[in-house]
Design a binder for this molecule. Structure first.
Ligand code: SF4
Ligand code: SF4
Ligand code: F3S
Length: 268
C-alpha cells in the first residue's frame, strides 16, 4: 500500500545545465533514495532514469496518462520560444520543450520550477536572449512554485516537495512565487561575515590580507544585501559550504533576472 501512496513526480529537463539535479542528488535529510522509495514515485527524470530513447518517451506518455491530475510536475530549465521552439527538441519525435511542458503541465496537480532557468529564465534569458528563452510561469497557464537559485540547495528543493507530500498543500509564497520558508531572509542578515561588515572590515581585493581573515566581501561585489535566500543556514553539498564561506561574494542567484540586474559580480 505504501508504494501506491507515493506521489508521482514527473521531472522535465528543458534548456539548462543539470546543476539543479546535481544539487538535488546531494540531499541527506532525507537522502534521495529515501525520498524516491518512501515518499515520491519518480516516474520520469532524464538523467536519473534507466530507460532511454523510445522507452523513456513511452514512460513519459504513460505516466502522464495514468496519473493525470495527480502528479507533481517539476521543471528544470527555461523554455526557448524563438524559431518555433526548435532550439530545444527532445526524444524520438523531436517534440519541442514548449510542447512537452504545456502537455505535462495540463495534467499536473502542481507545477514546481526548479532553479534560476525555470523560475526566471536564467542565463538563457539574459540579454540578448537569442533563443527567446522564457520562464516556466510565462508558458504554462497554472500557478508555479519558484524554487529560486542557480542552483537552489537540496534542502530548498526537497523541503518544497515534502511540504506537498506531508500536508497536501503548497507552501506560502512570496511576491516572486518563492516558498516563504526558504526565501524570506536576506543573505546579508544571516551571513557569518556580517560582524565584519558592521565593524567596517572589508576585503579590498581578492587574495589580500582581509580575504585571508574572512572579512566582508561587499567591496568586491557581494550582492548579499539585495538577495533573499537561506543559503547561509542550509548551505550546499550536505550543508558543507556556501559561496561566501568559500570566499566569493553572493551573485544574487535567487533573484529574478540576476544575470542582467546584479552584474558586475566582482569589483573592482
Ligand atoms: Fe544550471 Fe543554474 Fe539553470 Fe540550475 S539554475 S539548470 S544550476 S544554470
Ligand atoms: Fe553582507 Fe556579503 Fe558582507 Fe556577508 S559578505 S556581510 S552578505 S555584504
Ligand atoms: Fe546564490 Fe548568493 Fe546564496 S549567489 S547560493 S544566493 S550566497
Amino acid at each position: 500500500a505504501e508504494l501506491l501512496d507515493r506521489i508521482p513526480v514527473i521531472y522535465l529537463h528543458l534548456a539548462e545545465c543539470t546543476g539543479c539535479s546535481e544539487s538535488l542528488l546531494r540531499s541527506d535529510s532525507p537522502t534521495l533514495d529515501t525520498l524516491i522509495f518512501d515518499y515520491i514515485s519518480l516516474e520520469y527524470h532524464e538523467t536519473l532514469m534507466a530507460a532511454s530513447g523510445w522507452q523513456s518517451e513511452e514512460i513519459l506518455e504513460t505516466s502522464m496518462e495514468q496519473h493525470k491530475g495527480n502528479y507533481i510536475l517539476m521543471v528544470e530549465g527555461a523554455v526557448p520560444m524563438a524559431a518555433g521552439g526548435t532550439y530545444l527538441t527532445i526524444g524520438p519525435h523531436a517534440h519541442t520543450g514548449e510542447y512537452i511542458l504545456r502537455k505535462a503541465a495540463d495534467g499536473a496537480a502542481a507545477v514546481i520550477a526548479v532553479g534560476a532557468c525555470a523560475t526566471y529564465g536564467g542565463i538563457q534569458a539574459a540579454r540578448p536572449n537569442p533563443t527567446n528563452a522564457r520562464r516556466i510561469s510565462r508558458v504554462v497557464n497554472k500557478a508555479v512554485i519558484n524554487i529560486a537559485g542557480c542552483p537552489p540547495s537540496e534542502a530548498n528543493i526537497i523541503g518544497t516537495i515534502l511540504h506537498y507530500v506531508l500536508f497536501g498543500t503548497l507552501p506560502a509564497l512570496d511576491s516572486f512565487g518563492r516558498p516563504r520558508w526558504a526565501y524570506n531572509m536576506r543573505v546579508h542578515d544571516m551571513c557569518e561575515r556580517r560582524g565584519r561588515f558592521d565593524a567596517g572590515e572589508f576585503v579590498q581585493r581578492f587574495g589580500d590580507d582581509g580575504a585571508r581573515r574572512g572579512y566582508c566581501l561587499y567591496r568586491v561585489g557581494c550582492k548579499g544585501p539585495f538577495t533573499f535566500n537561506n543559503c547561509a543556514i542550509e548551505r550546499f553539498n550536505q550543508h558543507t559550504s556556501w559561496p561566501i564561506q568559500a570566499g566569493h561574494g553572493c551573485i544574487g542567484c535567487s533573484e529574478p533576472d540576476f544575470w542582467d540586474t546584479m552584474a558586475p559580480y566582482e569589483e573592482p
